[in-house]
Design a protein around this ligand. Structure first.
Ligand code: PLP
Length: 263
């Protein structure tokens, strides 16, 4: 019998089912990877946005990480919402010693609804402690601007920022052009460890149902890496996956619906 491929998401919660840990687990399942999960924060949210965030005790996060490590053979791991400097530090320290395979860091900072998912005081810990461990990091434009300390309005600037993020220690960098740059195409940049780069262009889809797009994209990369797929193929496959998921976004709730994983 083939061994079941297992992955882990370390992320925040979404009662609305479209983003965070829920998006990650659904994506893992869709990609035929068994998903485990460690909850870092409890946002109270639906398709209309995040109302508030309850803390998860640090000990509870540590204990979840330990039981996953004790019992599962994790082949790839992703981080999503880490919320505070203390959580970012705890997770970074744990991952240094854990044998969880390649790390995908989705440097989640602000939800589309405008709510902070990472406190300003945690940015430094994210950059100095977690980023250097990233096999793949997947910032959108605002997140890439924070990490590279520059403004990005052009593709040239996307590349400059990606190079800066690589200098900070992330091996492979995906800067997501998404809805933040103008044009009829949504273009992402993949800067590989060896300096090669790919531009991943796709038609921009006019829809409001994009809740959880970034989570789904990085979860798909994680699932593919868990299967042993090389990073370039994992990112290209994930771009196709998210493009189809956005094209078929789901109209649930009164706000911005989620992407559709079964597309
Ligand atoms: N909620 C959680 C827990 C998340 O981790 C994220 C993004 O990573 C979001 C919400 C963001 O949702 P949106 O796609 O609407 O910005």
């Amino acid at each position: 019998m083939n061994e079941t491929i297992q992955a882990l998401t370390i992320a925040g919660f979404d009662s609305g089912g479209g983003a965070g840990m829920q998006a990650d687990l659904k994506t893992f399942q869709e990609r035929l990877v068994f998903g485990t999960s460690v909850l870092t924060a409890l946002p109270i949210q639906n398709t209309q946005g995040v109302k508030k965030v309850y803390d998860i005790p640090l000990d509870a996060i540590q204990d979840q990480l330990v039981v996953v490590r004790e019992d599962f053979k994790i082949s790839a791991v992703k981080t999503g919402m880490l919320f505070t400097a203390e959580i970012t530090h705890l997770v970074s320290e744990f991952l240094k010693a854990a044998d969880f395979g390649p790390l995908v860091v989705d440097p989640v900072m602000i939800a589309k609804s405008g709510h902070a998912l990472l406190k300003d005081s945690a940015v430094r810990s994210l950059i100095e402690e977690l980023l250097p461990q990233a096999f793949v990091i997947t910032p959108n434009i605002p997140e890439a601007e924070v990490m590279s300390n520059m403004t990005i309005t052009t593709k040239d600037e996307m590349l400059t920022a990606a190079k800066k993020i690589q200098v900070l220690g992330a091996k492979n960098v995906v800067v997501k052009g998404g809805h933040h740059l103008e044009g009829t195409q949504s273009t992402d940049l993949l800067l590989l460890e060896d300096g090669q780069l790919d531009w991943l262009a796709a038609d921009r889809i006019p829809t409001k149902n994009t809740h959880g797009t970034g989570c789904t994209f990085s979860a798909c990369i994680t699932a593919e890496l868990a299967k042993g797929v090389d990073v370039r193929s994992a990112v290209h496959t994930s771009k196709e996956f998210i493009q189809a998921a956005i094209a078929d976004g789901i109209q649930v709730g009164f706000g911005n619906g989620p992407t559709n994983h079964w597309a």
